[in-house]
Design a protein around this ligand. Structure first.
Ligand code: BGC
Length: 255
């Protein structure tokens, strides 16, 4: 087991990629705090599953869009498990809409959860890891849209680009403490965030056509990279982004 004895917090882990990361972390020996905002029943289900694997787990609610809540979440995770070795900033939201129509409320929601929440959760986790000593892992689940343009998703792309650059900036400050900071950039993954596309045969075909691998990814395929980055094997890996996208970010029609 690659994460035996480690304690982890995975934000947004009641469903989708976060849930898959929580499950594979537990299978690799980690105790895991499951964070959710609205989906209490689903979060409780994940906790029950992790406990069945013989791990300690608990679900904690927080709206991480505010720094106070992000701090409270990290404090509660440390209280629940006794320490925190790994933070996965996975919670994310997206809203589609033409740039000309984006409202301040939409901007605040998307940037709040995706960027501000991840930033201040990372800060709270880093403070704990520095004080405790012994290093740690901070992993942001971003998107290929931390780099690749995303038509009609200006707020989402701005938030993911921001995550990319704060990861690169803080990796320098945290490396001397043995804390690594990296991004995982998924492409199109079969999760609730892609419900609309998955339910529409024509849209799905169009999406598959721009993915060199010809299919959507599975949450477990993202989680596999998270395990590596969280493990002791990845101690010298910091400041990088790992695309898990079936080649989508490299797609080109070649006309
Ligand atoms: C978005 C999905 C989208 C995928 C590929 C992800 O970050 O959440 O909605 O399908 O990127 O564009």
């Amino acid at each position: 087991m690659r994460l035996a004895g480690k304690c982890a917090l995975v934000t947004g882990s009641s469903s989708g990629i976060g849930r898959a990361i929580a499950e594979v972390f537990a299978r690799e020996g980690a105790d895991v705090v499951v964070h959710y905002n609205h989906e209490k029943d689903e979060a409780d289900e994940v906790v029950a599953e992790l406990e069945k694997l013989g791990r300690r787990s608990t679900a904690i609610q927080a709206d991480i869009g505010s720094p106070g809540e992000a701090q409270r979440l990290v404090d509660a995770a440390v209280d629940a498990l006794g320490r925190l070795d790994i933070l996965v900033n996975n919670a994310g939201v997206e809203i589609r809409g033409p740039f000309a129509e984006v409202t301040e409320a939409q901007f605040d929601l998307v940037l709040g959860v995706n960027l501000k929440g991840a930033f201040f959760a990372a800060q709270a986790a880093a403070r704990h890891m520095i004080e405790r000593g012994g290093g740690g892992r901070i992993i942001n689940v971003t998107s290929i849209h931390e780099d690749v343009a995303f038509l009609e998703f200006a707020t989402y792309a701005a938030s993911k680009g921001g995550m990319r650059m704060f990861m690169r900036a803080v990796c320098q400050e945290l490396a001397p403490h043995g804390i690594t900071v990296n991004d995982i950039a998924p492409g199109a993954i079969a999760t609730p965030i892609n419900k609309r596309t998955l339910g529409d045969g024509e849209l799905l075909k169009q999406l598959q056509a721009v993915i060199p691998a010809g299919r959507l990814g599975e949450p477990e395929e993202v989680a596999a990279v998270a395990v590596f980055l969280a493990s002791d094997e990845a101690a010298y890996v910091t400041g990088s982004t790992y695309c898990v996208d079936g080649g989508m970010s490299r797609w080109n029609k070649g006309l």
